[in-house]
Design a binder for this molecule. Sequence first.
Ligand code: PEP
Ligand code: MG
Length: 324
Amino acid sequence: ARRVLSRLKDVPAVTRDGGRIGLQANMELPNEVGAVLDSGAEGIGLLRSEFLFMNRDDVPSEDEQYGILKDVIERMGGRTVTVRTFDAGGDKLAPALGCTIGPNPSLGLRAIRLGLARQDLLEAQLAAILRAAWHGPVRILIPMIATVGELRATREVMNRVIRRLRKAGMPLPDPLPPLGAMIEIPGAALSADAIAWHADFFAIGTNDLVQYTLAIDRADEAVAHLYNPLHPAVLRLIQFTTQAAHRANIPVSVCGEMAGDPRYAPLLLGLGLRELSMTTSNLPVVKNRIRSLNLVAAEGLGRTIMEQTDSGKIGQLLDNFEGR
Ligand code: PEP
Ligand code: MG
């Protein structure tokens, strides 16, 4: 079976009725580039940049970050790299950031909240990404966006950085990298139509979206059995976000673990998604599942599932769906 899956590397992720699905890779460390390319991923849909801050007592400089990102981008050979700004703080605490753990880390000063509170850190990272973007196609992704205001404030910081780099004579790509929002907070999903006017693309983070929608700590074993991506509330948020992106004519992908599970592929396609980003090791099985599906049938399944109120029934419908 491994050999069959590895032969899938060079075939496109296309449904039986010709629907083209984009499959990208999630990446946590720069040394994964080889595995990403081997998996047949069309690009990196989520480069978690936290590694730059881990296991050290100081903050990486703009130049250091630039060097590492440039290397990844060059090795990706013209495939798009979606760099997410640091989702540190909270429990993903890097001592370098000098922040304290609040009473509830997952609801605390982390990700873009920390970036906007510590604009020196955000500016250095945006500068590094913008400079690295000269070496290949890059998208900039902002984690934990809750409001339109946060995205607008981030764009102002980015514009300030761009002016500074231009003044210093740094070569920047034209067009500049798109600026996208992670949709992983229920409030952001419910206002996705408003956020879409200010975002160049969306990436739906189902790991956190499930956690915050159902109030289930994603790392707590005691409630792991209640962590359910098929809860109708989660599916409605994914569907609303996807439709808002379509109406605003911006790309939308799913980059949470849900995208890397072949079980959910027909449902995500049925909800209107055409771009999935996942752990590279899952990419071949998801592609295999997509190639067994009929897109029109998946959309029918999506409509049926969205009429359901019971996640057990939704799971059954999904598992009984053959794909034709
Ligand atoms: C997510 O929340 O779904 C996501 C992709 O980001 P992370 O797992 O890094 O929080
Ligand atoms: Mg997340």
